[in-house]
Design a protein around this ligand. Structure first.
Ligand code: ADP
Length: 482
């Protein structure tokens, strides 16, 4: 009600189940920039979540039976409605999440690119015939929808993490029960409202809010759920995997990262600084692909740090809806405490604060964009993602040494490096144990490429034609007696 929107009916205070708005508004949603309550959502538990899964299971038969072209048209309708309301969606997103409005608009665009892509891809989910082992038989491979999908999403990308899962699921013929993050349910519910307006049939896409552990318990144990598709912390991902093991569900997990960002002596330094800025400070450092460890080679280290500080000094901290702001607040107190803890640990082990290093004078969960030098592998910030605006610079000497250091982590989501040497580009690109490597680029997310990790950063891929794989089962038909 406090939001200035063109279409205020996009702000929902109920859950969306079986095509209806249900539940009592009871949990406050707050704006991290101001602390103001901007909405309320229901507190669903076991029974309400079970009902949502049952609705999705009933809808599955009808949805899967539609032609690919019919599904494609409906998903395309969803895309059109999201596009028509992108300014309102961005305002809702910034108000509950904090990122600058321009970035929120970018996220809505990016989120919608998945809806568009998978509306198109729906028509291209082809099976195959294989050479047969018998003259009187043929081998067919069908790609059928997996079934009811549980989607559990985080707060750092309140729109994109949803569409990356829901769009390919719907395209493939799956139905979905989504549990968005407690911090950012309003964007999710607005997307559900637009799916409703697009004519997506009842029960195909359901959104539940409330108790994470109760909802998560149902989503990982209900027999109708065939795939648990989760983006969030490694800790919760492991918990969900354990819970889902009793009913042997498929898992698609996109978990934490600890991205190395390597600048070699032969790099284009200005480009490397530009890449480091976007990779490190986008979303206030709260993305799972944010540069967490910046490695600068000895020959350019000092020059790189100097340019980096000059760029960080230009960042403007404030309420994301104010003009020119590039850095909003962190999501909550816990987030800012982690940043402080990492900083304290690093400086106690010899790191130097080159810029920033304190809570911002704006108060709340605002933090100064910070540059640290002299980072080393024993520091906490080298082992786990800071998820905040600290650019920690490590100095290194050789290519071999930095590949080893970069891989010295249980995570394997995104890595980045800057080099103009073609041999090095292939050596390092192939040597990094990561699901994604940005070479001479600080951003690599696009709906056209497979996003995902290795090691404890998870499995499964989102985006491109590969993104359909999680949502289809290969069924082998042997047709004999021909
Ligand atoms: P983050 O650290 O990015 O907040 P979390 O893993 O805590 O990541 O949260 C990601 C998503 O997982 C959110 O939607 C959150 O509510 C949900 N979640 C947290 N704990 C559980 C749980 N026990 N079962 C199911 N979902 C959970």
């Amino acid at each position: 009600k406090t939001l200035k929107l063109i279409d205020p009916t996009l702000v929902k205070d109920q859950c969306y189940v079986d095509g209806a708005w249900v539940g009592q508004p009871s949990i406050d949603v707050t704006n991290p920039a101001t602390g103001a309550v901007i909405g309320r959502v229901p507190r669903f538990g076991v029974d309400e979540t079970t009902a949502a899964v049952d609705a999705a299971a009933a809808a599955f038969k009808l949805w899967a039976a539609k032609t690919a072209k019919e599904r494609s048209k409906l998903v395309r309708q969803w895309f059109e409605r999201i596009r028509a309301h992108q300014d309102d969606l961005a305002m809702i997103l910034t108000s509950e999440q904090g990122k600058p409005l321009a970035e929120a608009k970018g996220e809505i665009d990016y989120a919608n690119s998945y809806v568009e892509f998978y509306a198109e891809e729906a028509k291209r989910i082809a099976g195959e015939t294989l050479p047969s082992h018998r003259a009187d038989a043929r081998i067919l491979v069908l790609r059928q929808p997996t079934g009811v999908v549980a989607a559990i999403t985080p707060w750092n990308f309140p729109a994109a993490m949803i569409t990356r899962k829901v769009a390919p699921a719907l395209a493939a013929g799956c139905t979905v029960v989504l549990k968005p993050a407690g911090e950012t349910p309003l964007t999710a519910l607005a997307l559900a409202e637009l799916a409703d307006r697009a004519g997506i049939p009842k029960g195909v896409f359901n959104v539940v809010t409330g108790s994470a552990s109760e909802i998560g318990g149902v989503l990982t144990s209900h027999p109708a759920i065939r795939l648990v598709n989760f983006t969030g912390s490694t800790e919760v991902g492991k918990l969900l995997m354990r819970q889902a093991s009793t009913t042997v569900k498929k898992m698609a997990l996109e978990l934490g990262g600890n991205a190395p960002f390597i600048v070699f002596d032969d790099a284009d330094l200005d480009a490397a600084v530009e890449g480091a800025m976007i990779s490190k400070f986008r979303n206030m450092g709260q993305t799972c692909v944010c540069a967490n460890r910046i490695y600068a080679q000895a020959g350019i280290h000092d020059a790189f740090v100097k340019k980096l500080i000059a760029a960080v000094e230009k960042l403007k901290v404030g309420n994301g809806t104010d003009d020119g702001v590039t850095q909003g607040p962190l999501i909550n107190d816990k987030a800012i405490e982690k940043v402080e803890e990492h900083l304290k640990d690093a400086t106690s082990k010899g790191a130097k604060v080159a810029l920033g290093g304190h809570r911002h004078s704006l108060g709340g969960s605002f933090y100064e964009p910070t540059v640290l030098t002299g980072a080393t592998r024993t520091m906490q910030l080298a082992r786990e993602e800071t998820f905040g605006p600290i650019a920690a610079v490590f100095k290194f000497e050789t290519e071999e040494e930095v590949i080893k250091a970069a891989n010295d982590t249980e995570f394997g989501l995104a890595a980045y490096f800057y080099s103009r040497d073609i041999g090095r580009i292939f050596r390092v690109g192939e040597g990094l144990e990561y699901g994604m490597v940005g070479i001479n680029s600080g951003v690599l997310s696009t709906e056209l490429a497979p996003f995902g990790g290795v090691k404890e950063s998870g499995n499964g891929r989102e985006g491109s034609h590969h993104g359909i794989d999680e949502f289809v089962e290969k069924k082998y038909l042997l047709v004999a007696g021909l």
